[in-house]
Design a protein around this ligand. Structure first.
Ligand SMILES: NC(=O)c1ccc[n+]([C@@H]2O[C@H](COP(=O)([O-])OP(=O)(O)OC[C@H]3O[C@@H](n4cnc5c(N)ncnc54)[C@H](OP(=O)(O)O)[C@@H]3O)[C@@H](O)[C@H]2O)c1
Length: 174
């Protein structure tokens, strides 16, 4: 199953200068918990997001990194490189995890948002800080399944949402 997880601000901003422009430790814990769901898990990311990770690979999950230059990615345990979106789709099938988590950045989200995706796990961060990377518009077939209460940490207000495509399984069976 393909799922997508992201933290977005009020302008759909997700990053600035290859960093996430807010610090929410509880959101990082939420990300870790969700992407380590029951069964096997992969995390799918672009090379710039990979570069931005302070510790890599993300432990306990198969890391799949999209890049045109595989030699830039060190051969690490639990890490696979894909050199095109077609190759990425093949690698996801080969690795055959229960859950495949698309974790960014903009290039990767833009591609997957138009593919069958079961769940969108969205952290809505209530600021309008300047960003240079953005999340695409969310297609109208996604339905809101849950919304948390508003939380506050480090002076930031935020809440969690889960959106779901009710026709996901029908789409992947076709
Ligand atoms: N808020 C959040 O939840 C969140 C999550 C993740 C990331 N982010 C932020 O998003 C930003 C990074 O996003 P981004 O869009 O700049 O970069 P990205 O999507 O992480 O990575 C882009 C890279 O992916 C590779 N790529 C893209 N399309 C490809 C294709 N068709 N074939 C082969 N390789 C391909 C290229 O790598 P090569 O140049 O090596 O070829 C490209 O430079 C950062 O600011 C990061 O902090 C935010």
């Amino acid at each position: 199953m393909i799922n997508l997880i992201v933290a977005i601000n009020k302008n759909n901003g997700i990053g600035m200068l290859n960093k996430i422009p807010w610090r929410l430790p509880s959101d990082l814990r939420y990300f870790k918990e969700i992407t380590n769901s029951l069964g096997s898990n992969s995390v799918i990311m672009g090379r710039k997001t990979w570069d931005s990770l302070p510790f890599k690979p993300l432990p306990g999950r198969q890391n799949i990194v999209l890049t045109t230059n595989p030699t830039t990615i060190e051969k690490r345990v639990d890490t696979t490189v894909a050199t095109s979106f077609e190759d990425l789709e093949d690698k996801i099938k080969e690795i055959d995890c229960t859950n495949n988590w698309v974790i960014g950045g903009e290039d990767i989200y833009k591609y997957f948002i138009n593919k069958p995706v079961r769940n969108l796990y969205i952290t809505r961060v209530h600021n309008d800080r300047e960003c240079d990377a953005f999340f695409p518009d969310i297609p109208s077939h996604f339905e809101l399944k849950s919304r948390s209460e508003i939380k506050k940490e480090n002076g930031e207000y935020f809440h969690y949402e889960v959106l779901q495509d009710p026709n996901y399984f029908f789409k992947v069976m076709k």
